[in-house]
Design a protein around this ligand. Structure first.
Ligand code: TXA
Ligand code: MG
Length: 335
């Protein structure tokens, strides 16, 4: 059964989740593919639907800060400090799990990712279900995360019920912090809450923002969040012209200034504000992916701290195609 449910139908959606269904849910970051954490079969369905490797842990979504202690243990003081300051909000804390979290949620790990999302509808839903919701982003593994209910419907070809909470306000996935160490925390995934904001809160704690790659955090894989057609970055008009030579000018260009308005190209105008850019990025990549164009070319945003989360997502969406083009150009030069 599949259906888009409105906010007034939250009771029905809670019943679906209680009966072991997987449902698409809104959050402020991206839409999630949710199941009741206590239901092993339901959580298992998430992995199957998403084609996600079974050892990739899921984030659990709670409705109140004091629920943290039910699902995690040995919580460092700095983790409380972060939760109190940033929740509800786009921050996930990885903590030692308590026995209330089944290993089916955590990919067999002894830690659990927890966050309290900043979306009134999903907070009411979690309360109505009576248990936290395990939810990865509601995209197929490796694809672009959905930021509207209709994206979720198209991602799963209509085989999923979705609670419609409108377009996501943040638009990229939460910042993830490993808070399992008593005195050092590490940033595992960039998000709209920046390393600088974390450091400002935690003056006495060592914050490691070197983004050490772990294969359990799929968002840290080099290739991720990718459209299905070639998707590349460029940083000058010359560079864009190289892409045109290679793919022709049936290209969608994402850019926030007008210098790339080359006749024949379809330029999708982006915001020059990093938060607004992030909010629209995935939606615009979906538009470009579904157009008749042969490829997508993204003008690289500035390499400044404010843009780091956006640049991280862009580099994952473009890593593969950038490599292919670079090696082909090399081949052409060598020929
Ligand atoms: O904004 C978000 O975080 C969205 C919304 C739906 O909440 N969720 C999301 O989930 O992005 P997902 O599964 O697509 O990405 C969560 C990342 C994964 O890369 C996963 O490996 C990592 O968090 N993760 C979850 N639990 C973890 C743990 N215990 N230790 C290390 N990494 C963990
Ligand atoms: Mg994801």
């Amino acid at each position: 059964m599949n259906k888009i449910y409105k906010s007034s139908q939250i009771g029905l959606v809670a019943q679906l989740l209680q009966s072991g269904e997987v449902v698409g849910i809104p959050t402020e970051t991206v839409y999630g593919l949710a199941a009741d954490i206590s239901n092993k079969q339901a959580v298992h369905k998430i992995f199957t639907l998403k084609h996600r490797p079974a050892n990739h842990p899921l984030i659990i979504h709670i409705a109140a800060i004091n629920q943290l202690e039910i699902y995690a243990r040995n919580i460092p003081n700095y983790a409380y400090e972060l939760a109190q300051h940033f929740w509800p909000g786009p921050l996930t804390l990885v903590l030692e799990k308590s026995d209330s979290v089944g290993s089916w949620v955590t990919g067999g790990q002894s830690t659990v990712g927890i966050r309290m999302p900043n979306h009134p509808l999903v907070l009411s839903l979690i309360e109505a279900v009576g248990n936290p919701l395990a939810a990865p982003s509601a995209n197929l593994f490796g694809r672009i995360s959905p930021t509207s209910a209709s994206h979720v419907v198209s991602e799963f070809k209509g085989n999923l019920s979705v609670l419609d909470g409108g377009p996501c306000q943040v638009g990229i996935e939460s910042t993830i912090i490993d808070a399992t160490h008593p005195t050092t925390c590490s940033i595992l995934r960039l998000g709209s809450i920046t390393p600088r904001q974390i450091k400002e809160r935690l003056v006495e704690v060592n914050v490691d923002d070197s983004l050490v790659v772990t294969k359990r955090v799929s968002g840290t894989l080099k290739y991720h969040y990718a459209p299905s057609k070639p998707c590349l970055t460029f940083n000058s008009r010359d560079h864009l012209e190289q892409i045109i030579k290679f793919y022709g000018n049936a290209i969608d260009v994402l850019a926030f200034n007008d210098q790339f308005n080359i006749p024949g190209l379809n330029v999708i105008k982006m915001s020059s504000d990093p938060s607004e850019y992030a909010q629209k990025l995935y939606a615009q990549l979906r538009v470009a992916d579904q157009s008749l164009s042969k490829a997508i070319a993204i003008a690289s945003p500035p390499l400044t701290a404010q843009w780091s989360a956006v640049n991280d997502r862009i580099s994952k969406a473009t890593a593969k195609s950038n490599e292919i083009l670079a090696s082909s150009l090399l081949g052409l030069t060598q020929a």
